[in-house]
Write a protein that binds this ligand. Structure first.
Ligand code: TXA
Ligand code: MG
Length: 319
C-alpha cells in the first residue's frame, strides 16, 4: 500500500480535524472537506486549482441532513430524493444561512446529493457533518474513477480511501427545479440518472412537470472545455474512420498524430460510462496520440446522454 492510501477510520478522523481527503463515490472520486470549515473549503479549491466562481456539491448522509441546508425545501425535492438517494442525483435547492458562500460561489442555491458508495455513506453517517466534494481532479481535467487515478493526479499529495472502481463512472445528474404552472425540471448536467428515470419517478409521484435541458451558458461551472484528457479528442458523427478523415483532422488541428485510437464504447451505455474516463486516461499514455470517438445510431440513444455530453466537452473537434 502506498503512503497516501488511508483507511475509512483514518479518513473520518482527518475529515473531522478539518483536513481534506479523497473519497470514493459511485460516480467518481471526490475531494472532500467538512462544510463548516472555511480553511478546508479553501484547501479544496487550492489543491484542485479550481476558480472560486465554480460552486461545489455538498454530500449528505440522508434527506433530513439535506433539508437542514435549505431554507425552501419543496415536496418535489423529497420525491426526487426518495426515488434516487442514495445515488447519482444532485438537487440544486435554495440555500440556508449555514451554507458558506465559498461552497455556492455566492449563489443563493446549493447543490446537494447523497452518494450510495458504501464507503462514502459510512463516512457521512459516522461524521454527521455534510462534506463538500468536487471531483478529485485538477480543474478542467478528467475525473478519477479509481484511487490510483487520484494518486497519480496529485502525485501522492492527497490522502485517498480506496473504494475500488466507481460503479457509474460519470458524475451525478444535476437538477434545478423551479415552481410554476407546472414544475420546471432543468437538467444542468446530464449524469448517472437518466432523463427517462426522472420522468418516471415524477409521474409515479403525481407531479405536473416538464423536463428541459439547460444550455451550457445558463449552468454555472458548465464550462465548455472540461474533462480534458492528455491528448486531443475528436468526435466523428456517423462516418467510418478512414485515413482521409485523419488527414483532415491533422490539417484542422495543425499537427500530425503517430497514433489514432478509437475510443471503445460498445453497445451498453452503462458499461461505456463506467470505463469512459479510464479509457481517456489509458489512451492518453501514448505519445503523439489522437482519441477518436465514433457516434453512430447504435450508441446515441437517450441513455447515452451523459456520455456524449462529456465527450463533446472533451472534444477539440467535431466532424
Ligand atoms: O458525481 C458527482 O457529482 C461528483 C461526486 C464527487 O459527487 N462531484 C462532482 O462535483 O462532479 P464537481 O464539482 O466536479 O461538479 C459540480 C457541478 C458543477 O458543474 C457545478 O457548476 C454544479 O455542480 N453546481 C454546484 N452548485 C451549483 C449551484 N448552486 N447551482 C448550479 N450548479 C451548481
Ligand atoms: Mg468535476
Amino acid at each position: 500500500m502506498r503512503m497516501s492510501m488511508i483507511s475509512v477510520t483514518e479518513a473520518i478522523a482527518k475529515l473531522r480535524a478539518g483536513n481534506i481527503v479523497a473519497i470514493p463515490t459511485e460516480t467518481v472520486y471526490g475531494l472532500a472537506g467538512r462544510i463548516d470549515d472555511e480553511s478546508a473549503l479553501k484547501q479544496i479549491f487550492h489543491i484542485k486549482e479550481r476558480p472560486f466562481f465554480d460552486p461545489l456539491i455538498v454530500h449528505v448522509a440522508d434527506i433530513a441532513q439535506a433539508r437542514r441546508l435549505s431554507n425552501g425545501w419543496q415536496d418535489i425535492y423529497t420525491a426526487l430524493a426518495e426515488a434516487f438517494w442514495p445515488g447519482p442525483l444532485t438537487l440544486v435547492v435554495p440555500k440556508a444561512e449555514v451554507v458558506s458562500s465559498l461552497i455556492t460561489a455566492g449563489l443563493d442555491s446549493v447543490a446537494i446529493r447523497c452518494p450510495r458508495h458504501p464507503v462514502a455513506l459510512e463516512i457521512l453517517k459516522e461524521l454527521q457533518i455534510p462534506l463538500a466534494a468536487p471531483s478529485a481532479n485538477r480543474f478542467g481535467r478528467t475525473s478519477p474513477t479509481r484511487a490510483e487515478h487520484v494518486e497519480r493526479e496529485f502525485e501522492g499529495q492527497v490522502d485517498v480511501v480506496d473504494g475500488g472502481q466507481s460503479e457509474i463512472g460519470v458524475e451525478s445528474t444535476v437538477l434545478a427545479v423551479e415552481p410554476g404552472e407546472k414544475w420546471r425540471v432543468e437538467i444542468l448536467r446530464p449524469g448517472g440518472v437518466s432523463r427517462t428515470q426522472i420522468q418516471k419517478a415524477l409521474e409515479d409521484a403525481g407531479f405536473q412537470f416538464e423536463i428541459v435541458r439547460a444550455t451550457s451558458a445558463a449552468a454555472p461551472g458548465q464550462l465548455k472545455a472540461h474533462y480534458q484528457p492528455g491528448c486531443p479528442v475528436v468526435l466523428i458523427e456517423n462516418k467510418p474512420w478512414t485515413a482521409e478523415l485523419k488527414a483532415i483532422i491533422e490539417d484542422q488541428l495543425g499537427r500530425k498524430f503517430g497514433h489514432a485510437s478509437i475510443l471503445p464504447l460498445g453497445s451498453s451505455a452503462q458499461i461505456a460510462a463506467r470505463s469512459l474516463y479510464e479509457n481517456f486516461r489509458d489512451l492518453s499514455t501514448y505519445n503523439d496520440c489522437l482519441i477518436v470517438a465514433l457516434r453512430t445510431p447504435d450508441n446515441s440513444g437517450h441513455e447515452w446522454e451523459a456520455i456524449w455530453d462529456r465527450i463533446e466537452r472533451a472534444a477539440s473537434l467535431r466532424l
